[in-house]
Design a protein around this ligand. Structure first.
Ligand code: NAP
Ligand code: G4F
Length: 357
């Protein structure tokens, strides 16, 4: 039985990866932060009482800002594979908490690598680092692959750049099996509620259910390469099963604007919207409602308004990935289309809200 340690186990990707590794027969240890309210909603279905014999999913309190804690957990759990998913992962919030973001997303990775080295586990333990397409920043080449230069545009991306190179340096300096997955945006019904996709699908559900009137958004022109988190968890695992440590882009190769994502999400529930106006004056207006349940919604209702507070000091305008290396060397391919993801997320949020009415 292989043993995995997942940092960031309570996040979107942590939940999908835990499910995957448990299905594959791993003993899975996860690091969760202490918080004053429950933060384990995404993994509660996997929880096993500690008193259960041979529980194969075990949680440990920890934090990437605490070296001694990481050393102790790694020593106790003796992982064959570490998946470092923990991060302050919100790009906009990183402008407000830059020092914390650098500490956790950048130095945190160094702490993890040093812990493995100090414990003399470099030959035993493989490490996956959750690197990101945000590293590309300003669109230098289209599409972006493993050879595209980086130009980070946020404290988050700068911290992740430090982490990316630290992984490569430890691989070269100490022969560690340490790999970067450069993942483009991936979404799901488990996506954090303030990322734009989930913010949209939750608002569409609330507007349809008569619980909210408007959705306030920032830059509608931003383009992202959106895939499904479940597919990307499979890719993370494949990266660590590869014959040698290396860096891989995981992406769909298709890019879509935030505006189009929103249009499609409303359409899932039978609400057609059209956009008019420009810049901060752009609005999303209902042009037709085919679902007869939504009698409170009318043609001409304004359901999307721009709020400049959601603009970023420096934006990443266009992300589109070339995952051909992962196709070729790992046999990895995304299986979900964006319209399937939008339908799954919107229907899930609509069902959740209906259940609570
Ligand atoms: P997420 O849902 O925000 O989850 C982040 C996880 O990190 C949560 O479990 C969070 O704990 C934990 N965490 C935050 N600060 C921590 C700290 N100081 N110490 C220990 N744990 C901490 O993010 P995700 O979407 O699953 O993404 C997983 C990783 O992939 C992140 O590193 C992210 O930057 C990276 N990434 C994500 C994407 C994407 O599109 N999703 C793309 C590329 C890279 P709480 O639950 O307590 O907050
Ligand atoms: O959903 P977002 O917040 O994701 P972003 O910034 O692309 O970052 C996500 O993907 C990265 C991979 O490329 C990860 F590394 C990172 O951890 C995270 O998971 O924003 C997407 C786009 C941006 O251009 C943003 O300006 O949507 C635009 N946007 C427009 N209105 C908005 C909003 N973003 C948010 N969060 N909220 C808005 O109201």
């Amino acid at each position: 039985m292989k043993t995995a340690l997942i940092t960031g186990v309570t996040g979107q990707d942590g939940a999908y990866l835990s499910e995957l590794l448990l299905k594959k027969g791993y003993l899975v240890h996860g690091i969760k932060r202490r918080s004053s309210s429950f933060n384990t909603q995404r993994i509660n279905h996997l929880y096993q009482d500690l008193h259960t014999d041979n529980a194969n999913f075990q949680l440990h309190y920890g934090d990437l800002s605490d070296s001694t804690n990481l050393i102790r957990i790694i020593q106790e759990t003796q992982p064959d594979e570490i998946y470092n998913l923990a991060a302050m992962s919100h790009v906009k919030v990183s402008f407000e908490t830059p020092e914390y973001t650098a500490n956790v997303d950048g130095i945190g990775v160094l702490r993890l690598l040093e812990a493995v080295r100090l414990l003399k586990m470099t030959d035993k333990t493989k490490i996956y680092q959750a690197s990101t397409s945000e590293l590309y920043g300003s669109d230098q080449a289209v599409p972006q692959n493993e050879k595209t230069p980086f130009y980070p545009r946020s404290p988050y991306a700068v911290a992740k750049l430090f982490a990316y190179w630290t992984i490569i340096n430890y691989r070269e300096a100490y022969g560690m099996f340490a790999s970067n997955g450069i993942l483009f945006n991936h979404e799901s019904p488990l996506r954090g509620e303030t990322f734009v996709t989930r913010k949209i699908t939750m608002a569409v559900a609330a507007i349809a259910a008569g619980k909210q009137q408007k959705l306030f958004l920032g830059n509608l022109d931003a383009k992202r390469d959106w895939g499904h988190a479940k597919d990307y968890a499979e890719g993370m695992w494949r990266i660590l099963q590869h014959a040698k440590p290396d860096d891989f882009v995981l992406a769909t190769g298709i890019t879509t604007t935030v505006r189009e994502f929103a249009r499609q999400a409303f359409a899932v529930l039978g609400i057609a919207i059209e956009f008019s106006g420009e810049g901060v004056n752009e609005k999303g207006i209902i042009s037709a409602v085919s679902n007869t349940e939504f009698k409170h919604l009318n043609e001409g209702d304004e359901v999307i308004t721009i709020d400049e507070r959601y603009f970023r000091p420096t934006e990443v305008d266009l992300l589109i990935g070339d995952a051909s290396k992962a196709h070729r060397e790992l046999g990895w391919k995304p299986t979900s289309t964006l319209s399937e993801i939008i339908a799954e997320m919107t229907n899930n949020d609509y069902n959740l809200i209906k259940r609570n009415i």
